[in-house]
Design a protein around this ligand. Structure first.
Ligand code: ZN
Length: 288
């Protein structure tokens, strides 16, 4: 099942058509996608019993972020060996490096993103959406708490992220538009192996990242077990699970995103994000 936000409303996507959930269910389910998660299992069961007769055409421009108001967003740094090595980490981390992206950074899969500076980097990531409250769950039980998976971009302003006596990961990764997600929440039964999916990042047809989620140091299920050992995970919460090698800040010379280009992030079986980049009001100089 593919569940998303079409023209602002909760929708089940089938090919190039969308079923408006609130209308077709006669109000049994809400039109606001952020209210879908408390009854996620019921929604998926209902959607599975629907034909496609009530589906209507939609275009990419109609798609918004499937989630806009999660209670919590977790993100994980250095979760691929290749990326940990390129940023200078010499030992495998003993636990995940967890930070947050604030919810105001979330944006749609085809939305334009304003660059605040010349130091914005790309990080294509698998994003897990929680569908069932998870508190102190075991790794074996973790996947049953996942509503589905999305593609995400953990856009990162490296000057702010790495400034000061303690790095400001959460601020540097939370400018408006720094969290494109989508194109839909894809349930794991749609995927041959949700633990091993190819992910890529490209700009203007140049491939900048290409990896597999199977190379994560801490898998989706281990991240859920470790995070839920501290913070209960709530329906609608997001986990950005880390990025493979190929980020711009680790290149020689460094390479960052430029206005006038399009950033494409994709994951096998889930889909892609296409975000046009423009200069923000303070570009190119950012006061930090
Ligand atoms: Zn990241």
């Amino acid at each position: 099942m593919r569940v998303g936000r079409v023209r602002g409303r909760l929708a089940v996507l089938t090919g190039d058509r969308a079923i408006d959930v609130a209308r077709v269910s006669d109000g049994r389910f809400p039109s606001d996608p952020d209210l879908a998660f408390d009854r996620w299992d019921e929604l998926i069961e209902w959607a599975g019993a629907q034909g496609t007769g009530d589906a209507e055409p939609y275009t990419a421009d109609d798609l918004g972020a499937p989630v806009l108001r999660p209670a919590q967003i977790f993100a994980v740094g250095m979760n691929y060996g290749s990326h940990a090595a390129e940023v200078g980490l010499t030992t495998v981390p003993s636990g995940p490096a967890v930070f947050t992206k604030f919810a105001t950074c979330l944006t749609g899969p085809y939305d334009t993103v304003a660059l605040p500076s010349t130091g914005v980097d790309w990080e294509t990531e698998l994003v897990a959406v929680i569908g069932r409250r998870a508190e102190r769950v075991s790794q074996n039980d973790a996947w049953s708490h996942v509503a589905g998976l999305m593609v995400g971009q953990d856009l990162s302003e490296r000057t702010i992220q790495l400034a000061g006596p303690a790095p400001q990961f959460s601020l540097g990764k939370s400018f408006p538009g720094f969290g494109p997600i989508g194109p839909a929440i894809v349930t794991t039964d749609e995927l041959a192996n949700p633990d091993d999916l190819e992910l890529t990042c490209s700009v203007e047809n140049e491939v900048l990242q290409k990896g597999r989620t199977g190379d994560m140091i801490f898998s989706v299920s281990e991240l859920i077990a470790r995070i839920s050992a501290v913070c209960p995970l709530l329906p609608g919460d997001l986990i950005f699970t880390g990025t493979p090698a190929g980020v711009g800040n680790a290149r020689t010379p460094k390479l960052f995103l430029a206005p006038g280009t399009t950033l494409v992030s994709s994951i096998e079986g889930i889909g892609e994000l296409r975000n046009r980049l423009v200069a923000g009001p303070d570009y190119p100089r950012l006061e930090v």
